[in-house]
Write a protein that binds this ligand. Structure first.
Ligand code: NAD
Length: 283
């Protein structure tokens, strides 16, 4: 049976670091604060907002919500972002996306000050990831994948890593971050031919396809490490990953389960970024 790579074990060590940094900031009268901008009432946004708020409370990070109606005018959103940019009590911003269709997401996202872009959504943050430069913050989900690997002492140097998915939020930045760690990276997507044989070649497989159970046992082999980024709801209404867990755990060496894997680490990374942003902005 595969070893389980558990988010809570990774979080325990990140949380210790966050708490120590928060204590230092509070001794200087600084409370690291996350600004949460939510447009509309999407259920998944609200669920993530609640879990982020709970985690903030546990770690001594404050948060302030900016709630806008789903039919909000673009100028109103840009005004909110400009206010948050200027507010030196807010160190980082979480803006829920996708935005309602009538809004220009590109314009809105890139109005955010890069030093407050703790979720890594602006073009400048992304450029930082691709150029290996310290600009803004790397997106939280691929950062969480890297943190899981690091926590469990899995060295990427020289390893063959296959990333499944090429989205802007997960797949592409994950590939760049793995490359930075000296992995030999292959990115698979919907047009990849003979994906099972490509995936079988990998030492580490990072799956971010957004389709429940799409990677089953026929893609996998003994000795592999599988990081399942997917968060889906199956036919029975239960949370599940992009990997068929029952099949995979019998084959591979180690795997992140869903839930209890990468998901919770993503929130920890977000808060780590907020605290780091508070430190950077008060230097
Ligand atoms: P997306 O839909 O934007 O991108 C999916 C990518 O996978 C695309 O590039 C597509 O080409 C590829 N793909 C889809 N089906 C495929 C298939 N059958 N074979 C090969 N490639 C395929 O999704 P995303 O935003 O990148 O998210 C991916 C998954 O990660 C989703 O399940 C999402 O819920 C989850 N997610 C998790 C977290 C977290 O914190 N753990 C955060 C963000 C997203």
């Amino acid at each position: 049976m595969a070893k389980l790579l558990l988010g809570k074990e990774v979080n325990a060590s990140i949380n210790e670091e966050i708490k120590a940094k928060v204590e230092k900031l509070k001794a200087q009268d600084i409370t690291p604060t996350l600004g949460i901008i939510r447009i509309g009432e999407r259920e998944d946004d609200i669920a993530y907002e609640k879990s982020a708020a709970k985690r903030c409370e546990t770690l001594g990070v404050a948060y302030e919500k900016f709630l806008l109606p789903a039919d909000v005018k673009e100028e109103e959103v840009l005004k909110t972002i400009s206010q948050v940019n200027k507010n030196d009590k807010i160190h980082g911003v979480l803006l829920f996306r996708p935005l309602p269709k009538h809004l220009n997401e590109d314009r809105i996202v890139n109005a955010l000050a890069v030093e407050k872009d703790v979720d890594g959504i602006t073009d400048l943050s992304m450029a930082g990831v691709f150029m290996g430069k310290d600009m803004g913050y790397a997106p939280c989900t691929p950062s969480a994948c890297m943190k899981v690997l690091e926590h469990y002492g899995i060295d990427c140097t020289g390893k063959k890593v296959v990333v499944i998915g090429r989205s802007q939020v997960v797949g592409k930045p994950a590939a760049m971050m793995l490359l930075k760690k000296n992995a030999t990276v292959t990115v698979c997507h919907t047009r990849t031919v003979d994906m099972p044989s490509v995936v079988k070649e990998a030492d580490i497989v990072v799956v971010a396809a957004g389709k429940a159970g799409v990677i089953d046992g026929s893609y996998l082999r003994e000795g592999q490490i599988v990081i399942d980024v997917g968060i889906n709801v199956n036919e029975e209404g239960k949370l599940c990953g992009d990997v068929n867990f029952e099949e995979a755990e019998k084959i591979v060496d180690a795997i992140t389960p869903v839930p209890r894997g990468v998901g919770g680490v993503t929130t920890s990374i977000l808060l780590e970024h907020v605290v780091d942003a508070a430190i950077a902005q008060n230097r």
